[in-house]
Every structure is written in C-alpha cells, then in structure tokens.
Design a protein around this ligand. Structure first.
Ligand code: MLT
Length: 273
C-alpha cells in the first residue's frame, strides 16, 4: 500500500493505491474515509489497481473554511476524485464504485465526465434528493456538531441506522470499530458533507442515460437506502443488475464483506474489455 497527498487548489487531497490491473476507484460514504473499504481492498488488489481517495475533509484530506460553512457540493467531491485520477495519470475509463454518499458523488462524476467511466458499482445509495425533514435534520446536525466540537453525537445518531439489528446485537467488535471511525471524523468535515448532501440534486430523471455496465448492491436490512429503492434504480438503468446482500444493513461492505466481494469480483470478471 502507498498513501499519497497532493495540493489541489486550496486543499490537500489524499489517496491510497493498491495492487495492479484495471483501475478501480472506491469512493467512501459518510462519515467515513477510504479505510471503510479495507475488506474490498484486500480482496480486489489481486486483480485491480485500486485507487481509494479520501474525500475532502475526511481521512487525511483537508477542506477550507468555506467548505465547512457553505457545504461541499457532490460535484465538488466528484471533481476532486477526477483530480486524483489526473494526478496519477489514469485517463482511460475506470470502474467506479461508490458507497452511499460515494454513490451521490458518482452520479455527478458520471454526468460530468462520462468518458472517465467504464462501469459503476453503487452500494447502498439513493438517486432522489432529501425530504424537507431530512434536509433540516442534516442542517441541524451540521450546527450541532460544530457547536459541540466533537463527532460523538453523530455516532450516537447514526449507529442505529447504519448497522442491521442483528449486527448490532451479535457483532460488538464491528459496532465498536464503526463507532470509533465516526468519532475520529473532524466536525468540520461532518458539517461540510451534511450541508452539501442537503443540497444534492435529484438524479432520478438521469438514470436512463447511465447506460454503462452497473452493479447495484443493497443490504437486506438497509434502513437508509432500502433494497426496494436500489432495485428501482437498477430498473431505470439500461445495463444494471441488482444484488441483495443478506445479513447486512446499510454498511454492507463491512457487515457482509464476503458477499459484497463475491458480487464485485464476479461483476468485474464479466465486464467487456
Ligand atoms: C452514507 O452512508 O454515506 C450516508 O448514509 C449518506 C446519507 O446520509 O444520505
């Protein structure tokens, strides 16, 4: 593994590289960093060049005061991912994989840079925008976390939604791991992402234009992006398939990594070259 950081406009962007083969970009969800993909990196680096960025504010990437105060648009995160690809000289189309907020980022990337996309893998994500209530909840969390100066309250609020009830009951070490990951996120990154997600566009009308091969994955007990919602997205995309991940809630990639890795590896093997 090699971790890298470079200056890009007003921020520092971090990414890690693993393995060799066709390029595969893993875009993490909220409120995590690239390490949420560890089980997939371990498996897929044998057959792919895995590129795992930290979105601005998360992991070792930084953000600006304006990002914190105004929020980071999903398009800005997408531009940053493309900046990472440019930095490492990957200009050919790549397999792009996004988890939840990472999926919101990929919709923007695939719209703005269709030539950079070979295939999409979308895990536990949504295509619609927020209800007024959900939007207000994000803005409130942004204010509260900045005021508190710690991400503890974010862990408390999100944990019940992230993991399936079975996982919460039977896998205390994963519960502890996920809580620990959330607690270490800077409050400014939480505020920036929540304010940005609150403004994210509804892309449902665009789905038929995303005609690249696509794999959609959703946990059976996902309380944030239900399997039904994921399946409905797949039905609108001309070349998409949906796989339901058993024994998992929202955090499929950590709750049932074996099933996710199998689906990933099988999809990648079948991609036209
Ligand atoms: C995520 O996992 O990235 C979040 O659940 C996305 C969201 O808050 O909508």
């Amino acid at each position: 593994m090699a971790e890298h950081i470079f200056e890009h406009n007003d921020v520092q962007l971090a990414y890690s590289l693993f393995g060799s083969g066709p390029p595969l970009v893993l875009v993490h969800g909220f409120p995590f960093d690239h390490t949420m993909w560890t089980p997939q990196i371990v498996r897929l680096q044998a057959s792919c060049k895995v590129i795992a960025p930290d979105l601005r504010g998360f992991g070792r990437s930084t953000l600006t005061d304006a990002d914190r105060d105004q929020g980071v648009e999903m398009r800005q995160y997408a531009d940053d991912v493309v900046a990472v690809l440019d930095k490492i000289g990957v200009t050919s189309p790549v397999i792009l994989c996004g988890f939840s907020m990472g999926g919101y980022v990929l919709w923007q990337l695939a719209s703005a840079y269709p030539d950079r996309v070979r295939a999409l893998v979308l895990c536990d994500t949504r295509a619609g925008d927020d209800s007024d209530e959900a939007r207000q909840g994000r803005l409130t969390m942004a204010e509260e976390v900045l005021q508190a100066g710690s991400s503890e309250l974010v862990a408390e609020k999100l944990m019940p939604k992230l993991l399936a009830p079975d996982t919460r009951e039977n896998d205390p070490s994963l519960v502890e791991q996920v809580e620990g990951m959330i607690r270490q996120v800077p409050p400014a990154a939480i505020a920036a992402a929540q304010r940005g997600m609150a403004r994210r566009p509804d892309v449902r009308a665009l789905l038929p234009q995303f005609d690249m091969p696509a794999l959609l994955l959703g946990g059976t007990a996902d309380a944030i992006s239900s399997p039904e919602e994921m399946q409905a997205i797949a039905q609108q995309m001309p070349s998409a398939e949906f796989v339901e991940v058993p024994e998992a809630g929202h955090l499929t990639v950590l709750e049932n990594p074996e099933a996710v890795n199998e689906a990933f590896a099988d999809f990648i093997t079948r991609l036209p070259s």
